[in-house]
Design a protein around this ligand. Structure first.
Ligand SMILES: Nc1ncnc2c1ncn2[C@@H]1O[C@H](COP(=O)(O)OP(=O)(O)OP(=O)(O)O)[C@@H](O)[C@H]1O
Length: 265
């Protein structure tokens, strides 16, 4: 069997009771293996445990049971081998675009000239040339996420962990950002784990979509996306795209209803 980059084995997460709040079982035993260079999307209704799972892989949270390993090494905390982009804007407000992108490189003690060269390359790739010395507050939401993506990529991580990175953007900006990410992935073929609740986004980007059940989450279906790369936005108008979308909609409809019923009860 080929080497797997990421292995999630029997991972569960229960958040303990707090005061009058009972314990929350967020994740049922979950097994996922992601091969090097794969782009895997995790699709699920609100509250099903998608972010919890990604935070565990990022090392920002620990599983209640089970294990996660990257290239055979157990994950025990955050590390530069994982690049993360969140939905909320997480740039350091006291650093310029260029310094935000250099942040991880500086932490690792790279010579300044090398830091600058790497930052310049990623600024160019995400289309932020001319904004190097801007502060995050001077950027639109889309530009902030371009910068966050460049910051994650600049560290040359083994895997990119993306938690609804375009979820706060307007529809047009979101589509542009999907195309930018796809273009970068098609060139670099980095391993990606991408959390979303947007079916179009999952089908457009991923090799494989894992559908999660309503809370407590588990992987209820795995849908390969055999649309050839390089993909252009026009693929969204094809019958194959529509068929995959219909299949995923059928998978997720019941879960969204169940999630809504749980919240309402
Ligand atoms: N720190 C925490 N303490 C207690 N419960 C938590 C904590 N974090 C998450 N939960 C609960 O775990 C469940 C899963 O949450 P999670 O944020 O992983 O869902 P999600 O699928 O990412 O949702 P969304 O799509 O709305 O962001 C929810 O019921 C949530 O209330």
């Amino acid at each position: 069997m080929s080497a797997k980059t990421l292995r999630i084995a029997g991972v569960t997460r229960t958040f303990p009771a707090r005061g009058r709040t009972p314990p929350t079982l967020a994740l049922q035993p979950t097994d996922i293996a992601v091969a090097p260079g794969e782009f895997v999307a995790i699709l699920g209704p609100s509250g099903c445990g998608k972010s919890t799972l990604l935070r565990i892989v990022a090392g920002l949270d620990a599983p209640s049971a089970g294990s996660v390993s990257l290239d055979g090494r157990p994950i025990a905390g955050p590390g530069p081998d994982r690049g993360m982009v969140f939905q909320s804007y997480t740039l350091f407000p006291w650093l310029t675009v260029e310094r935000n992108i250099r942040y991880g490189l500086e932490e690792r003690g790279l010579p300044e000239a090398e830091q600058r060269a790497i930052a310049a390359r990623f600024i160019e790739r995400v289309g932020l040339r001319g904004f190097e010395q801007h502060w995050p507050r001077q950027l639109s939401g889309g530009m902030q996420q371009r910068c966050a993506l460049a910051r994650a990529l600049a560290n040359d991580p083994e895997i990119l962990l993306l938690d609804e990175p375009f979820g706060a953007l307007d529809h047009q900006t979101r589509e542009l950002m999907q195309e930018l990410l796809l273009e970068i992935w098609q060139q670099d073929r980095k391993t990606v784990l991408f959390v979303t609740h947007d079916i179009d986004e999952a089908v457009f980007l991923a090799n494989r979509v894992l559908v999660m059940s309503a809370r407590p989450g588990r992987i209820k279906a795995e849908v390969p996306v055999p649309l050839p790369y390089p993909r252009e936005w026009t693929v969204k108008t094809t019958p194959d795209f529509a068929a995959l979308k219909a299949r995923l909609m059928a998978e997720i409809r019941d879960e969204v209803r169940r999630a809504a019923a749980t919240i309402g009860s």
